[in-house]
Write a protein that binds this ligand. Structure first.
Ligand SMILES: [Zn+2]
Length: 208
């Protein structure tokens, strides 16, 4: 697999993937053989390199840096109404099967003194989604990060997702979805705040 080197260099120029030792491509070749495939056949020859590249992208959230994402987009305001960003699409991978789970996240917070640039919220979601995850932790991590960064009166996150490990194997329930939520501060303590969030999220039907 000598030819992997250049391709991997493009993916992650600064890390160990640069070197052949850092590449997971040889493991994928071995995996294909163990699955009874012929890793040398035409369609599979470059698969290990592609899988390496894909997996590195899908787990690139480990290297995410919150300060870099924010890039100063934190603003002092007098606004004290709920901020809601809903239907944030995400794609993640379950840590139990390394199969995708995907769906939508709805994020809300009650500003105290500061607001965050709206476009930063989906980027925070991506940072945590692009890791091996379980839906519960993903939901919690997004909520806690927004709490820590914005220091609002409260944060609410609702996550609706479908899991390939349920859809393709195991129970094989193609249409079952999982919902998780994380409510911090005012969203935990005050039913009216939670209800307002729910009403805004359910304002129009969601597909998941
Ligand atoms: Zn799973």
């Amino acid at each position: 697999m000598k030819s992997n080197k250049a391709v991997i260099k493009v993916m992650k120029p600064k890390t160990e993937a640069k070197t052949a030792e850092g590449s997971i491509a040889p493991l994928i070749t071995e995996l294909l053989a163990k699955l009874g495939e012929d890793p040398t056949r035409d369609g599979l020859v470059r698969t290990p390199v592609r899988v390496d590249k894909a997996l590195r992208f899908l787990t690139s959230g480990y290297e995410g840096n919150i300060d870099k994402i924010l890039n100063g987009a934190l603003y002092d305001v007098k606004y004290d109404e709920m901020v809601v960003v809903k239907d944030i699409e995400f794609f993640s991978m379950c840590e139990h099967h390394m199969l995708p789970f995907f769906g939508k996240m709805h994020v809300a917070y009650l500003p105290q003194k500061k607001v965050i640039g709206l476009s930063k919220i989906p980027r925070i979601v991506d940072m945590f989604a692009r890791r091996l995850q379980i839906q519960e932790r993903l939901t919690q991590e997004v909520a806690e990060t927004i709490r820590d960064v914005v220091q609002p009166l409260g944060v609410g996150v609702i996550c609706e997702a479908r899991h390939f490990c349920m859809m393709m194997r195991g129970v094989e329930k193609q249409h079952s979805g999982a919902m998780t939520s994380a409510m911090l501060g005012a969203f935990r303590d005050r039913k009216e705040t939670r209800d307002e969030f729910m009403a805004l999220v359910n304002h129009r039907g969601n597909g998941y």
